[in-house]
Design a protein. Structure first.
Length: 300
């Protein structure tokens, strides 16, 4: 999809003036603001209605920018970046004191990712500093995977239209700040892929882990409709609105790339309950299952 050049320059001007702008990444759309502009970062929290204890991800367009944000960068970081960047992996490092604390909700750490969407890279480059960007939805709603989804939640906010996101769920988040590498949020880059690059086992952060993923304790990804999850096809029964990972009658199909958009569709139709049928193969997708369980209120 082509963005008109004019929109692009408008987006740069707004960002430089401290006005948040939504832009596409390969995972989901993000609501961007320059990382060193504290007032603009504050606006991002306000616009989304995001709890102030939930830290943001800084998006970079080149490796040197990581050193503007983080200190004591371990060797494992470079190996992971080489393997997965640009792409859907976010890495938590120790924050440089010059980076406003609000970005990380006061934590001494900073989450960093280099997205692969060309429009995101171009925007970060043009603004001249990393952009914080949480998903561009109202806090708690399913993440937006196309420009119209952003408009639905954020009304008059400018959004650069970069078409549909190819990945469709948020990035994998891992932490390199503790004694052990920890997976904080599953995504399309899998735990096994990370372990293969590092040559070591990765721990998985649990809910009770005081350490890290503050975002995981908040309600997330939920449509307004009630969600009923079915893992065995024979249990589907009388579903009034069904989405399925494998053909079941004429039910709309879903996969990782359109899952959120199916939830939003159901909400637009005003259905009271969505039944989600997830076949055994899809159940192996840890990133997608995490979002489905949260949408169904089965995981917090
Ligand atoms: O794919 C993505 O990551 C998208 C696109 C726009 O890049 N962004 C995104 O941002 O999903 P957000 O804010 O919706 O989710 C960020 C997650 C939250 O779970 C947050 O708690 C965690 O990353 N996080 C951010 N900074 C952290 C930090 N310093 N330590 C631990 N977790 C952190
Ligand atoms: Mg989010």
């Amino acid at each position: 999809m082509k963005v008109v050049e004019e929109d692009f320059y408008k987006a740069i001007a707004l960002l430089k003036a401290g006005e948040p702008v939504a832009f596409p990444t390969e995972t989901v759309y993000g609501l961007g603001a320059p990382v060193f502009n504290e007032a603009a970062v504050k606006k991002v929290f306000a616009i989304k209605g995001r709890p102030s204890d939930n830290p943001l991800i800084a998006h970079v367009c080149r490796m040197e920018e990581v050193e503007r944000l983080a200190v004591e960068i371990p060797e494992a970081f470079y190996r992971l970046a080489k393997a997965f960047w640009p792409g859907p992996l976010t890495i938590v490092l120790r924050r440089r004191p010059e980076v406003p604390a609000i970005v990380s909700a006061g934590h001494p750490t900073i989450a960093i990712r280099m997205p692969s969407h060309p429009m995101a890279l171009r925007l970060i480059e043009a603004v001249g500093e990393p952009l914080v960007a949480p998903s561009a939805n109202l806090s708690g709603r399913p993440s937006p995977t196309k420009a119209a989804d952003v408009k639905e939640d954020l009304k008059d906010r400018m959004v650069l239209d970069g078409g549909e996101c190819s990945v469709g769920i948020e990035s994998t988040v891992i932490s390199l700040v503790g004694p052990k590498v920890l997976l904080l949020r599953p995504g399309s880059v899998t735990q096994e892929e990370i372990e293969a690059v590092l040559g070591e086992k990765v721990g998985v952060a649990s809910k009770n882990d005081p350490v890290h993923s503050p975002g995981m304790k908040h309600a997330h990804y939920a449509p307004r409709a009630k969600v009923r999850l079915v893992l065995d096809e024979t249990q589907i029964g009388e579903a009034n609105y069904l989405i399925a990972s494998e053909p079941v009658g004429s039910a709309p199909l879903f996969d990782r790339s359109n899952f959120y958009s199916r939830l939003r569709e159901a909400d637009r139709l005003g259905v009271e309950e969505i039944t989600i049928y997830c076949d055994p193969k899809m159940q192996q997708d840890a990133g997608l299952m995490n979002r489905i369980l949260r949408a169904a209120g089965l995981m917090h």
